[in-house]
Each structure stands twice: as C-alpha cells, then as structure tokens.
Design a protein around this ligand. Structure first.
Ligand SMILES: [Zn+2]
Ligand SMILES: [Zn+2]
Length: 243
C-alpha cells in the first residue's frame, strides 16, 4: 500500500458506509491474515515474530478462524506452543518468604509474586501482535494521506457526502493537523455529519413512540447502529456484522 494508491482507496471508501479508515483497515487486515495462512507460512522470520508475540491478540485470533485456515494456523500454533512450553519449563520457582519485603510488595500490588515472576514474564508476549503492528502502520499512513489531502476538492466533496470518521479516527486525524484550513474543513464536515446523525436518532426515537408506530422507520431505523459504530470505532460495519 503506497500513498498515491491510498488516496484513491480513501476516495472509494468515502463513498461506502461507515468510517473510511476503519473500512480500509478491515480490508487490509483481512488480506494480511489470508497472506499469513496461505503464502507466508514458510517465512522463518515471520514465524519467529509470531512466537515472540505468543500468537495473536484475541481480536486477530478470532479473525484467523476462517475457511482454509486449518493447516496454516496449526503450523503457527505448533510453533507458539513449542515456544510456550520452553518458557514454562525453563522458568524456575524462587522460594521467597511471604513476609520478606518483595513478598509483601507483591501481596499489596498486582505485581506477580517474586516466586513465580520469571514464569509470568517468560510466558508473556515479548513483542506486540504482528497483525496489530502492521495494521497500526497502515492506519498511520492512511491518516497522514487524509490530512495531506483534506483540502483537495474531490476528497473534500466526498468527505462531506460520506458518513464521516469514527471517533477514534477523528481524533487520530486531528492529532496530525497543523494547518488551520485543514482543521476548519474537517471540523465543519464532521460536525455536519454528526448533526445529520443526531437528527436521525431523534427521529427514530420520536417514531418509536406508540402514537407514531404506523409511520414506520426509514433510513433513521439504522441510525442507532451507525451511531454505535462511529462512536466505538468498530473496524467492521456493525450493520453487516453477524454473530
Ligand atoms: Zn474509523
Ligand atoms: Zn492483533
């Protein structure tokens, strides 16, 4: 993914529902996970990295459960389990008096007992989840591209017509802005998008009153899901999420 391509990807994602950054990241992660399973499974460096991370974070572990993943995941998890066994059996128990200074400190805080601290540390992740790490790099690049192009007429128009950024990505974009005109453009566009969503929520709430039951819900019927997603920063569009 390079910057020019990312710009076109952003334009495309802005025309679709939900936060464009979340959408592009979801697609990126999806391809990355497929790549792990089907192509990069024999990459020794990558497998070492997965061992150091002690596998994947819960979110990406869940996403690895997909069609055709059985062999690739089995190979990766065999590696990780071997590393965990080595860590588990390589650590020593250190007898410490519970009344010693370190023993008391551990009892009073959530720090591991000094007797087992080595095992706790060795079993823990030595590096972050590799999928999280790559996804964060792409996220950073997308946010930079968005900030650089905020005042491009085409992007600005598409942004105004879009569902806007989720809260975490709005804050992530604001964090990178240094020019006042970019700040004004973003705040104005996102403000208008939130006001629309607010009006739809109010309309949905009004119509749910028994006196208006026969009016039925239109576009605003899904406003609650849209609001939930854009405020939480769901990586997937909640409206299409299953299970
Ligand atoms: Zn987002
Ligand atoms: Zn992860």
């Amino acid at each position: 993914m390079n910057k020019t391509q990312s710009y076109y990807d952003l334009l495309e994602a802005l025309a679709l529902p939900g936060c464009p950054i979340c959408r592009l990241l979801a697609t990126f992660t999806d391809r990355l996970l497929d790549g792990l399973i089907y192509e990069q499974i024999n990459d020794g460096g990558l497998r070492a990295r997965i061992r150091q991370a002690r596998g994947f974070c819960p979110e990406h572990a869940r996403q690895l459960v997909r069609h055709g993943a059985a062999l690739g995941v089995a190979i990766m998890m065999r590696d990780v389990l071997n590393a965990l066994l080595e860590a588990l059996e390589g650590a020593r128990f250190r007898p410490v008096s519970r009344l010693s200074r370190e023993g008391l400190r551990a009892a009073l805080t959530s720090a591991p007992s000094p007797a087992t601290a080595e095992a706790v540390a060795r079993l823990g992740a030595q590096k972050p989840c590799p999928v999280c790490e790559r996804t964060r790099e792409v996220e950073e690049m997308l946010l930079h591209v968005l900030v650089e192009r905020l005042n491009d007429p085409e992007l600005a128009a598409k942004f105004r017509a879009s569902e806007g950024l989720c809260l975490p990505h709005l804050r992530g974009t604001l964090r990178l802005i240094t020019r006042e005109e970019d700040y004004e453009t973003l705040v104005r566009a996102q403000g208008a998008i939130w006001r629309d969503l607010l009006a739809q929520l109010s309309e949905a709430i009004r119509k749910s009153d028994y006196r208006f039951l026969d009016e039925g819900l239109g576009e605003e019927g899904k406003a609650w899901l849209r609001a939930l997603g854009v405020i939480a920063g769901a990586q997937e569009d909640l409206r299409t999420r299953r299970g």
